[in-house]
Design a binder for this molecule. Structure first.
Ligand SMILES: Cc1cc2nc3c(=O)[nH]c(=O)nc-3n(C[C@H](O)[C@H](O)[C@H](O)COP(=O)(O)O)c2cc1C
Length: 184
C-alpha cells in the first residue's frame, strides 16, 4: 500500500474487530515500524507491551477497560504503549516523551493499516489496573493502547467504509496559517 493510501484509510475500528489469529511475524513487523519513528535526541522512550491470546486480553479488558471491555475482548492482540517520563527530552519546559510515543504509535497504526489490520486507540482505561495486570513499573506511564486485529469483514476497505464515510476533520484553512499565526 502507498503511504498516503494508508494515511487516508487508517481509521478507528473497534466495532469491527475479529478474533482471527494474527501471526507473530505480522505483529512483529508492525512493532518494528513503530520503533523506526524519530524521537528527540533519538531517546526512543517508547515501550510496548504485547498482550496476546484470549485469556490475557480478557484479563486486561476486564480489569482496566470498563468502557470498551466488550469490544476489545474481540481482539486476540492488544498493544499497550508506555514510556518513562524521566526518559523524555525536555526542551523549553516541554517534555517530548509523549510526542515521541505518539510518533511511534502513528507508525504502528499506519503499518497495521498497510497489512490490513484494524486498530483503535484507547486512552480511556484504568492505568493502575493496566500496570497491575501487566506488571508495569511505577515510574512508567501507560500512554495509549490499541487492539491489533483482522477486521470482521471481507477486506480492510470494506470494514472501514462506513467509518471513513463519516470522517470529520477541521477545514485545512482553520488549522494551517500562511506566513504567520492567523494568516497574513
Ligand atoms: C490519544 C488518543 C486517545 C483516544 N482514546 C480513545 C478512547 O479512549 N476511546 C475511543 O473510543 N476512542 C479513542 N480514540 C480514538 C479517537 O476518538 C479517533 O481517533 C478520532 O475520533 C478520529 O477518528 P479516526 O481515528 O477514525 O480517524 C483516541 C484517539 C487518540 C489519538
Amino acid at each position: 500500500m502507498e503511504t498516503l493510501d494508508a494515511i487516508r484509510l487508517r481509521c478507528s475500528l473497534k466495532s469491527k474487530l475479529s478474533g482471527r489469529e494474527v501471526p507473530p511475524d505480522v505483529v512483529g513487523a508492525v512493532l518494528h515500524a513503530a520503533c523506526l519513528a524519530p524521537s528527540a535526541r533519538n531517546t526512543q522512550p517508547w515501550r510496548f507491551v504485547v498482550v496476546r491470546g484470549r485469556a490475557a486480553v480478557d484479563a486486561l479488558a476486564d480489569a482496566a477497560l470498563p468502557e470498551s471491555s466488550a469490544v476489545i475482548r474481540r481482539a486476540l492482540v492488544v498493544v499497550v504503549a508506555c514510556a518513562r517520563p524521566a526518559d523524555g527530552v525536555v526542551v523549553g519546559g516541554l517534555n517530548y516523551y509523549l510526542y515521541d510515543v505518539g510518533s511511534a504509535v502513528q507508525n504502528l497504526l499506519l503499518a497495521a493499516t498497510d497489512r490490513g489490520l484494524a486498530t483503535h486507540l484507547i486512552a480511556s482505561f484504568d492505568e493502575a489496573a493496566v500496570k497491575r495486570v501487566l506488571r508495569i513499573p511505577d515510574d512508567v506511564r501507560v500512554v495509549v493502547l490499541t487492539p491489533l486485529a483482522w477486521p470482521d469483514a471481507a477486506s480492510y476497505e470494506e470494514a472501514a467504509a462506513e467509518r471513513l464515510s463519516q470522517r470529520t476533520r477541521k477545514p485545512t484553512e482553520e488549522v494551517v496559517f500562511e506566513g504567520a499565526w492567523g494568516g497574513a
